[in-house]
Write a protein that binds this ligand. Sequence first.
Ligand code: NAG
Ligand code: NAG
Ligand code: NAG
Ligand code: NAG
Ligand code: NAG
Ligand code: NAG
Ligand code: NAG
Length: 544
Amino acid sequence: MTTFRTTVVVLLGFYTLCQETRASVLGRPLLYGPSTALEKTVEEFQCEVPHYPKEEAILYQLFREGDRSKTLAFHSALSGEMANFPLFITASYEGYLVCVASVQNNTAIQPTVSQRHYLRVVVPVNGAEVVVQSGSVEFYEGKPLSLRCNITKGNHVSYHWLVDGKPLPLSPLHYQAQEQLFFYRMIPQDSGVYTCVATNQLNLTNVYSSRSIAQVIKVKELVSEPDLFFSVLKEGDGTYFALVTCQSLKGTPPITFSLYNRSEFVTTETVDERFARFTIPVVLDLHMGFLQCQAENGDRVVYSQLTAMHIVPVGGAVTMHYDTDVGENFSIVGLRFYCSVERGTLPWYRWFLNGTVLEGRGDFYWVENQPKQSILLLSVGWSSAGTYHCEVTDSFNGTTVISSEERYIDREVLNHLPTAVVAVVFGCFLFLVTLVTACCFIGLLYRKIQYYVEKSTLDLRLGLEMHNIMVSGDDEEFLGRCIMVAEGDNEVDEDEYMEDEGVVRAARIVDSDQGEVDSTDEWLQLQQELKKKSRKELLNSTTI
Ligand SMILES: *[C@@H]1O[C@H](CO)[C@@H](O)[C@H](O)[C@H]1NC(C)=O
Ligand SMILES: *[C@@H]1O[C@H](CO)[C@@H](O)[C@H](O)[C@H]1NC(C)=O
Ligand SMILES: *[C@@H]1O[C@H](CO)[C@@H](O)[C@H](O)[C@H]1NC(C)=O
Ligand SMILES: *[C@@H]1O[C@H](CO)[C@@H](O)[C@H](O)[C@H]1NC(C)=O
Ligand SMILES: *[C@@H]1O[C@H](CO)[C@@H](O)[C@H](O)[C@H]1NC(C)=O
Ligand SMILES: *[C@@H]1O[C@H](CO)[C@@H](O)[C@H](O)[C@H]1NC(C)=O
Ligand SMILES: *[C@@H]1O[C@H](CO)[C@@H](O)[C@H](O)[C@H]1NC(C)=O
């Protein structure tokens, strides 16, 4: 009983204590304010305490979380009043803010702290500039490049890059990390004017951006393997020179071309082109070894194929042949003449129609010169009719001229069928006609046989009397045939007209199909009967 009483007393005491503390306790303050703010602007923050001791002045202070050494703002107010902090924003205010409320002149009441409030401070971006970290802005392909977009001011910045004013296309050969742009290997197509654009924003409407001035990046192309070709020139004194051209299809000049006679250096030249020409003395019809071009730019050195320096003057026969293009109505509409010479390193071809030269491209023709032959393309029409031939001479010495045979070409000639073809076609036609006629005859004959067979089958089915008329005494074979024909549904097969098989087959049919004739015995009996018939009767029946 006593324990119960004491418990009640203790609980009551606790209750009154609680009531008293509540009156003198400061509630947790609430902090209001913007979550993003622009640097160097004034933003309002509010702080209030929902539960507070009466008649006490309350001090509100604004701190950065974890840093009570510096009060950002403070406000002293009578209990119940809301504190207003106009805050001049600086970049360092970014982070969590807290409001601390304390009762002035009463240290007995503990100060309280609000929940933290995040403030994002935006410093508008400015002063973007492209910095080439790898140093050089002009270099050969294959090298890496690292660009950086430096800004003088700004935070929360995103970067993007423009090449020649257009967004940088995606490529596995480069990647962007924040303000940096890395190229693993630059290719000539990466050359261009690079600009970076740095952007940040306060909210959807207030966006700030800074665009750098353009930075020119030049990626030089490495020289490609050169080709070597040559022509021959004749000097006034009768000596010959080879004009050797070394040419690369790719490569940023200057390029250094060198000529080698096998491994022996001959000459060199550095040019602002993709080709160089060298003149060397040559002797005709003599093998003078192998020449090779070397091309060099950047740190690349490449070589051409070895080319034999053996200039053979034209000689031997000149042949001209043609093939044709067939139009929709099977008439020849186009023609290609080919002209080639047996030998000659530098042949020069000329085409003639009725003795006049055809060059380049005309109304109905087109000359295409290739190293080993010349092609004359013709459209077949009235203007292209005439006599054609081609001539070959050395491109460096026009004194030796070799001519091909002449050939007269016009539409009629081309579309005229050769007699052999006509003969073959006519022969085929005749053969076909004969074949068809023969088939008709055979067909008629076959029809007759079939008619006869059908008739005999019918007879067979009708009764045995008819067989008596048809079959002669010595003709077991004939009977066999007839019955077999009946079984085969009137399909006559010459090969099966053999006595033994015929009889066997007949027997089988009689067994299964013929109800009246049940056994072989009866069948034999029938045969006996048939044999008794006279030859005269047979003759009568076969003439029917
Ligand atoms: C608090 O104390 C200071 C002096 O210590 C006095 O000037 C001030 O008026 C007091 N404030 C209140 C609200 O009592
Ligand atoms: C670019 O910025 C980086 C880092 O801020 C700095 O180290 C560098 O010196 C700057 N370069 C220029 C050219 O301003
Ligand atoms: C963005 O911020 C500015 C300045 O604080 C304000 O005037 C504007 O209304 C804001 N816009 C949006 C969409 O919040
Ligand atoms: C190349 O060198 C050989 C000797 O090494 C020489 O006989 C030949 O004439 C040279 N060829 C040319 C085109 O200079
Ligand atoms: C065949 O067609 C060509 C045009 O394709 C035409 O010029 C020619 O007259 C035609 N020949 C005949 C025989 O119809
Ligand atoms: C070429 O000569 C033939 C007669 O020999 C003539 O029919 C033809 O029209 C001539 N062709 C040209 C293009 O002069
Ligand atoms: C080149 O022409 C001259 C005459 O100018 C001639 O004597 C010589 O035989 C010709 N050479 C060849 C290879 O055709």
